[in-house]
Structure formats: C-alpha cells, structure tokens
Design a protein around this ligand. Structure first.
Ligand code: NAD
Length: 382
C-alpha cells in the first residue's frame, strides 16, 4: 500500500506538464500547479467557451493551451498528465481515454461508478504503464496528518475501531447528484479509515435507512436517505463503520473520522466551526487545536493550505461547506507531481483507488440486497 506523505523536494529541474479538464472545482488546482517547482499547466479544458475564456484569462493561460474538446487536449504531445475534475459519470471514461493517450492521470473522487469501471482503469493504467491517482481530499487533510502522527509515534496505541461520516445536503448541486446512492460517493469516509489502518477493504455490509422523495429516488433507483455500512479489512482485526446521507436528512455538513485506540482516541468536532476535536486519554479528555501541515510542502505552494483560489462570494460551494477540504489541495497536487518526478506509485495508487471506490459501490449494492455481506474483487490481481 502506498504512503500518504510525499517527499518535500528533489534536485531535479524537470517539470510535469499537466492538462486540467473540468474547471469548476478543478480551477482550485490551476494556481497550485503554476506555482509548484516541478509542475506547469500545459492545458485547460471545459466545454463552454465563455467560461473557458474567463478561467484562461484569470490564470494567464495562453489561448493555444485552452480547449473546449477533451480529445483535442489529449492530442497535445507535450502534456505529461491530466487532472480530471468533471462530473462523476465521466471519470472512468475520461481516465481511460487519457491513459490510452499515454498520459498519467489524477482524477477527483470517485474513481468510477461501477466495479467494471474501476477494473477497466486499473487495467488501462497497467497496460499503458502510466500512474493513476485518485485525488481523495480527506487523506491529505490536516486532521489526517495530525492523527497519523499520533499513530506513528505510538501515542494512540493499537487501533481498536474506526468510524467515519459524511453527511451533506446536495439540493441545488448539479443534476447528476440528484438521487445519487449515498455510498456511491463514500471515499471521503473510506479513505481516512483504510488509510490509517494501512489496509484494503475485504468485505462490506450495509443497510439503507429512511426514504428520499420519489422524484429523487427514481433517478438512480436508490430510495434511501441514509446508508450505514460495516467494513472488514484484509489481514486485520480492525472493524470500520461509515454513515452517508445526501438528501433530506437534517445534519450540518460533516466529513469526519473517529479513531479509537488502546491508549488514546480521537473524535471529530461535533459542530463544523464552533467546536474542536477531542482527544481522549484515560479519564482526561481535551479539546485539541489541529496544526497546519504546510511545512511539508514546497514554500511556493504553502499558502494554498489556507485559502481558496476563489476568495470571497465566488468560492466553490464544496470548499465553503467542507472547510477548505482541510488544506488538502496543495498536498494532493504535490504528491501527484512528485510521484511522477520520482517515478514511483502515488500516495493513492490505482489499486487503493479502486478498493476505496468499490467499497462504497458494493456497500450500496449490499443495502439494496437487504444487508448481505459482499466480498471486494482483488484489484491487485488485475
Ligand atoms: N472534496 C472533493 O474531493 C471534491 C469537492 C468538490 C467536487 N469534487 C468532484 O469534482 C468534480 C467536479 O465538481 P464541480 O462541482 O466542479 O462540478 P461542475 O458540474 O460544477 O463542473 C464540471 C466541469 O466539468 C466540465 N465538463 C463537463 N463535461 C465535460 C466534457 N465532456 N469535457 C470537458 N469538460 C467537461 C464543465 O464544463 C465544468 O467545468 C465532481 O466529480 C466532484 O465529485 C470533489
């Protein structure tokens, strides 16, 4: 299993040329690549020429590097890698297209919407001998780095149990979100739990609970308001539990993980901005201030752990609701770029990406089958 943290520097002067497709959330990453010592922006792509112009002008991208056609951007020989931030149903197809065009791929979550899609990407990456990284934000948050340090230093003791929740009201988001099975977007829960355990998921079991409006449920044939799953890990006695809701469930936005250790436990803050996480040590719990981990990054991109590229009212809704994704964007960018520079697997490689994504897909399938345990495929064997 690959590691979360990347090396902070190298003496190489090589720069990875990255083409970005999908410029809503995707725009967040443009200035990070522009300022990274080993990266540059080789192209930007999105379908609407007006929005493309606005984005290109804003970040000073030359006209010849702006594309309304993804296929045209992939034909550009000097682009080494693409970073995909398009709507969920396009992730698998566009990842495979890029790998087949000889590009490395970073793709926002989830990797795909089907087990076949996950398998096809792993196969395409292996065949093309190119790297694939799913850009899971929760695996590079300051909270994850903080707890990982506690774990690695022995302060948590042995992990006894992991829990995660991602609850968000998606009314008003683009149409492909309406009625999405909650567990089809579960990587923000799966990632930090499996990442801390350092294991892959082996089996999953889930129950669906409550009901969403018929007009939403009809879209994907998924009726549940909440899905709640248990995960059994490969080669481990640690159990994991996760909860997801997307519509018609009253809860402030939360994207959390809790870790119960034999000597210390960490519980996420109950309220997003007004409470702090708790560290339990025997009978003396304490609220903790989570430090920033920008020092792990090259100086030129450290500022991006604390600010969105769209400051002010234009700020991307996911950034506002998700507290800036825990400062993860520059860490993700840095890890992807450095993996390519150092010719090694990225922190979330294609097998981890497939396993994390498939855990959610099969959890939903389990809920639809009344809570049956379902085994995950062995993506490493592809
Ligand atoms: N924390 C996170 O990891 C996080 C947060 C927010 C969004 N996301 C992911 O980012 C993705 C995009 O989210 P968003 O809110 O920006 O979505 P959006 O629908 O607002 O924007 C999608 C972008 O993709 C472009 N696009 C669509 N089809 C295209 C095509 N065929 N060719 C080229 N460009 C195309 C659109 O023009 C637009 O720029 C989603 O898949 C979402 O899951 C992840």
């Amino acid at each position: 299993m690959a590691k979360a943290s990347s090396s902070s520097s190298t003496s190489s002067s090589k720069q990875i040329s990255v083409g970005l497709v999908g410029l809503g959330f995707g725009s967040e990453f443009i200035p990070i690549y522009q300022k990274h010592p080993h990266a540059k922006v080789g192209g930007i792509c999105q379908r609407d020429p007006k929005v493309l112009k606005l984005c290109g002008d804003r970040f000073g991208i030359p006209e010849k590097m702006r594309f309304t056609s993804y296929e045209d951007m992939l034909k550009k020989a000097d682009i080494d890698a693409v970073h995909i931030n398009t709507p969920i149903p396009l992730h698998a197809e566009q990842s495979i297209q890029a790998l087949e065009a000889g590009k490395h791929v970073a793709c926002t979550v989830p990797m795909a919407t089907s087990i076949e899609g996950c398998k096809a990407i792993v196969h395409a990456a292996r065949k093309a001998k190119k790297r694939y990284m799913m850009m899971e934000t929760t695996y590079y948050t300051r909270e994850f780095f903080y707890v990982k340090e506690l774990l690695d230093s022995g302060k948590l003791g042995r992990i006894q149990f992991l829990r995660a929740a991602h609850q968000q009201e998606m009314a008003g988001w683009p149409g492909y979100w309406e009625g999405l099975p909650p567990m089809h977007y579960a990587t923000h829960c799966v990632g930090p739990m499996l990442g801390l355990a350092g294991k892959l998921a082996k089996r999953v079991q889930c129950i669906g609970s409550g009901r969403i409006a018929d007009k939403l449920a009809l879209k994907y044939g998924s009726p549940f308001a909440v899905e709640s799953a248990h995960i059994q890990l490969a080669d481990s006695d640690i159990g994991c539990e996760m909860t997801r809701s997307l519509f018609e469930t009253a809860r402030q936005y939360v994207e959390s993980f809790d870790v119960y250790g034999s000597t210390r436990s960490f519980e996420w803050a109950q309220l997003e901005h007004s409470t702090k996480p708790v560290l339990f040590t025997g009978e003396s719990p304490e609220h903790v201030e989570i430090p920033d981990f920008a020092h792990l990054l090259p100086k030129s991109i450290r500022e991006f752990t604390g600010k969105s590229v769209y400051d002010g009212p234009e700020s991307h809704l996911s950034f506002k609701q998700g507290s800036g994704h825990g400062g993860s964007h520059p860490h993700l960018t840095h890890e992807f770029v450095m993996a390519l520079i150092e010719k090694r697997d990225p922190g979330i490689d294609e097998v981890m990406s497939a396993n994390w994504t498939a855990t959610g897909i099969l959890a939903h399938e389990s809920a639809m089958r009344g809570g049956e345990w379902i085994d995950l495929p062995d993506f490493a064997a592809i």
